[in-house]
Design a protein around this ligand. Structure first.
Ligand SMILES: *[C@@H]1O[C@H](CO)[C@@H](O)[C@H](O)[C@H]1NC(C)=O
Ligand SMILES: *[C@@H]1O[C@H](CO)[C@@H](O)[C@H](O)[C@H]1NC(C)=O
Ligand SMILES: *[C@@H]1O[C@H](CO)[C@@H](O)[C@H](O)[C@H]1NC(C)=O
Length: 821
């Protein structure tokens, strides 16, 4: 209907015609015009409409007054009477949203003063487009908003009114939102967005949609704005781990703070909804002490000490949670890898200690167990002992070794061994440990005592003091304690028919040999005894040694004059022929000395003579010779005292008297008996003879009885003198040292006294103390019984009866000896 400002005058005319219908009969005139008409455009002919005379208009000074000093929008053309637009009329500026817009003016005429109201009704034309107050309309929609939710959008405004105002909206096509327009009660159009599909922030964070507002003009005008839909996050996503199972392998010696593994979960939500914290939801007690989880970073750290041997696999369950409680979990498996951190352990299971030294090679003496807590190579153990010991290790059943001997042991060489057992595993670097066992070797009595020398010699002068030390023997036995304790003893034997124990004794402990009696060189010069050294083992071992005793001579025997008989015991005289010349042998002194060597080297001297110049004696031979011819004047009886001296130090001597009768005929010497014979004992002598005869008779009877016995018991001919006569040493009190030498030195150790059981070769035996005057056997044999009778039984030499009895006993002995021979 309305035109713009350049609309044709034809149209305008029709409008004026139409407006004339509203002509007011009161002289008011009203016009309806469109806004925005050009200045000068004719609204209507007001003169005509009011019935005024056009010619008089100017004379009557017709003019248009605006109301209330408002701007004059219209004017009158005086020559035509046309009402024209004086100024552009903008309805929106004048009336805004008012539905009717009226401009009031007055036509004033003078002469006569006349006034006519002019009402201009301003019609709207579509000259304004709809306008949104903001170019961008921001709408926030929670992603959880359900379908059908409505969201109001800002309306667009159009200054125009009526049909020219906003009539509809259009929304850019999209799948989430639709536009719904509603008419409000006040008639305004309400645009709402309706959710037709659920939003997902994680899929689409925002939407930008073009919203167009359309008015109802023709042509339609539009206005646009962008609708910015922001999808608000909702916690609709749980955190999600990037792995279902995390696996980590960790050496058991990992230090605290080592990061084992890092778990990570992501939450697609935003903000707090997407902030993930981690928690351990399941862990073993040991695991609790070993690992910790960083809540925010998801790193698992080592916090405690780990031990593969205790626990080698840990299983953890980790929860990831967002701040609003959505969570998920994952499994973490931590496997420890073995590190060679345990040295092998050696345990000694059983040991034979001490080991007898006679065990055969290959004997098992100990069992050893070796263990290593590590696994695989780290737990494989090699075991060894040091070299140069007679032992070796033999692998036995698993982890067991037996220690066996490899050679013969000898306690006397090595009495104990320190066996060091070393166990090494095969880890890298390898660990090892060692243990030392001390093994002792027990003694076996396998060594006999051994004398230090092969034989011993002892030298002793005769007439030694009984009990004097001769020598000592020593034997060594390397065995232990009693197996090595040496006891010395004399082996039984005989020396000259008597038991050795009557000659010597030995200290069982020290081996010192003592003489039991005084020795007589003249009896024997040396003898041998056998000694035994025995240990105290069981059975005992022993060895023997020979001890030779050499007796050296001492000048203890004075020369013994055999011829002439000792002074006073004979009537022996030598006849010297009167015609003997000087130098002729008259007699000879015969002497012997039981000693030997120098001690028996005799020299002769005449110490006293009736006529010193007549006889001389040879210093060495003892031959007596005349020194000169015998003369008539020489006394018939010549006495010589001869001294015989040996050469010992000091020397011993004997003297004898030699009676010489210078005569050619013994009968010429009537007073011979007077020389020495003494009748004073003749009476006693006759008693003695009687006694001798009676004793002899008794003895003969005795011999006959003996003979009888001998014939009866021929098989035991030696009954009488056989048999042991021993000093039973065992009866002596312990530790008794017999000073006289009759016993042996005793000690706390047992001491065996070997005593003779008697001699079968000896005819007679004197068992006597050392100082008994033993009759030298060889001397006995050299002399005839009669000589002895002479020596012992000279009547003038035996004044006492005791001596006679001795003589008788001797006689009996001789008879017996003869019998036995
Ligand atoms: C063995 O060891 C002990 C103590 O350590 C020591 O007294 C002894 O002398 C050693 N023996 C040997 C044969 O090395
Ligand atoms: C001595 O040797 C014997 C075996 O001959 C042995 O049984 C004993 O134990 C040994 N004695 C000591 C003290 O070693
Ligand atoms: C030592 O002598 C005794 C007695 O004659 C004998 O029994 C023993 O076997 C001898 N011992 C040795 C080692 O010759």
């Amino acid at each position: 209907m309305a035109d713009n400002r350049s609309s044709s005058s034809g149209l305008l005319f029709s409008v004026v015609l139409f407006l004339r219908l509203f002509h007011d009969a009161n002289g008011d005139v009203s016009y309806s015009i469109s806004e925005e008409m050009k200045a000068g455009s004719v609204i209507g002919n007001i003169a005509k409409d009011l019935g005024l005379n056009v010619g008089k208009l100017s004379t009557r000074k017709a003019r248009i007054d605006s109301e209330l000093n408002r701007k004059r929008y219209c004017d009158i053309k005086l020559n035509t009477g046309d009402l024209i637009i004086a100024e552009r009329i903008d309805r929106e500026a004048l009336c805004g949203e008012k539905a009717s817009c009226i401009l009031k003016s007055e036509l004033i005429l003078e002469a006569p003063l006349e006034s006519h109201r002019i009402i201009l009704q301003i019609q709207d034309i579509n000259d304004n487009s709809p306008i949104f107050t903001k170019d961008k309309i921001r709408i926030e929609i929670n992603e959880l908003a359900v379908k059908g939710s409505r969201f109001r959008v800002l309306e667009a405004h159009d200054l125009d009114i009526g049909q020219n105002a906003v009539q509809s909206y259009e929304l850019q096509a999209n799948s989430y939102l639709e536009l719904k327009t509603q008419s409000k009660l006040d008639g305004d159009k309400l645009a709402e967005l309706v959710l037709v599909k659920e939003l997902d922030r994680e899929e689409q964070r925002e939407l930008k949609l073009m919203l167009t507002a359309l008015d109802g003009g023709s042509p339609k005008r539009t206005g646009t704005a962008t609708v910015h839909v922001i999808v608000l996050d909702a916690n609709d996503n749980p955190p999600v781990f990037n792995q279902v199972v995390y696996k980590a392998v960790l050496p058991e010696n990992a230090t605290p703070n080592t990061v084992v593994v890092k778990v990570a979960a992501t939450d697609t939500d935003e903000g707090l909804n997407g902030e993930v914290i981690y928690e351990i939801s399941r862990i073993s007690e040991t695991g609790k002490r070993a690992f910790s989880l960083n809540q925010t970073s998801g790193e698992i750290h080592v916090i405690g000490s780990l031990d593969f041997e205790e626990e080698s696999v840990y299983e953890l369950r980790i929860d990831a949670k967002d701040r609003y409680g959505l969570s998920s979990d994952a499994k973490v498996i931590i496997e420890l890898s073995d590190v060679n951190d345990n040295p092998p352990e050696i345990s000694l299971k059983s040991f034979v200690n001490p080991i007898a030294e006679n065990v055969s090679p290959g004997t098992e003496v100990g069992i050893i167990n070796v263990q290593d807590r590590d696994s695989e190579k780290n737990g494989q153990v090699r075991c060894s002992i040091q070299q140069n010991v007679p032992f070796k290790l033999l692998p036995s059943i698993k982890n067991y070794y037996s220690l066996v001997t490899t050679g013969q042991l000898d306690r006397e060489l090595v009495s104990d061994y320190n066996i060091t057992i070393t166990a090494t595993d095969e880890g890298s670097p390898p660990l090892s440990s060692s243990k030392t066992v001390q093994l002792s070797v027990a003694d076996i009595n396998d060594n006999p005592p051994v004398f230090e020398e092969q034989s011993y010699s002892a030298y002793v002068s005769e007439n030694n003091k009984p009990g004097s030390t001769l020598c000592s023997v020593t034997a060594r036995d390397p065995d232990w304690r009693q197996n090595g304790t040496v006891i010395y003893s004399l082996l039984p034997g005989e020396v000259n028919g008597a038991s050795v124990s009557s000659y010597l004794s030995v200290n069982g402990d020290t081996g010192v040999i003592h003489a039991v009696r005084s020795f007589d060189y003249e009896q024997f010069r040396s003898f041998k005894v056998h000694m035994m050294a025995r240990d105290n083992g069981s059975p005992p071992l022993s060895s023997n040694v020979t001890v030779s005793v050499f007796i050296s001579d001492v000048n203890d025997n004075s020369p013994q004059i055999l011829y002439p008989a000792p002074e006073g015991s004979s009537f022996m005289t030598e006849l010297v022929p009167k015609a003997a010349h000087g130098g002729s042998l008259v007699s000879k002194v015969i002497a012997v000395d039981a000693d030997s060597g120098q001690n028996a080297w005799l020299s002769y001297q005449i110490v006293k003579a009736t006529d010193p110049g007549l006889f001389s004696i040879d210093l060495h031979s003892g031959e007596i010779r005349t020194q000169r011819d015998i003369s008539e004047s020489d006394s018939m009886k010549q006495n010589l005292i001869v001294a015989v001296k040996d050469n010992g130090q000091p020397s011993l001597s004997a003297t004898c008297a030699m009676y010489l009768l210078i005569s050619d005929n013994l009968a010429e010497v009537p007073e011979l008996k007077d020389i020495s014979y003494d009748e004073k004992n003749s009476k006693l002598t006759s008693y003695l003879i009687i006694a001798l005869v009676s004793v002899s008779t008794f003895f003969l009877t005795f011999i006959i009885i003996i003979l009888g016995v001998r014939f009866c018991r021929r098989r035991k001919p030696r009954l009488l003198f056989d048999g042991a006569v021993a000093i039973p040493g065992a009866y002596l009190p312990p530790n008794y040292a017999d000073v006289d030498g009759t016993g042996t030195l005793r000690s706390t150790y047992n001491y065996d006294a070997y005593l003779t059981t008697g001699s079968r070769t000896s005819d007679f035996k004197f068992v006597s103390s050392y100082n008994d005057n033993t009759l030298p056997a060889d001397q006995t044999l050299k002399k005839s019984p009669t000589e002895f009778a002479e020596i012992f039984c000279r009547p003038d030499e035996s004044p006492e009866v005791g001596k006679t009895i001795l003589c008788i006993i001797f006689f009996s002995y001789m008879c017996l000896k003869l019998l036995r021979c």
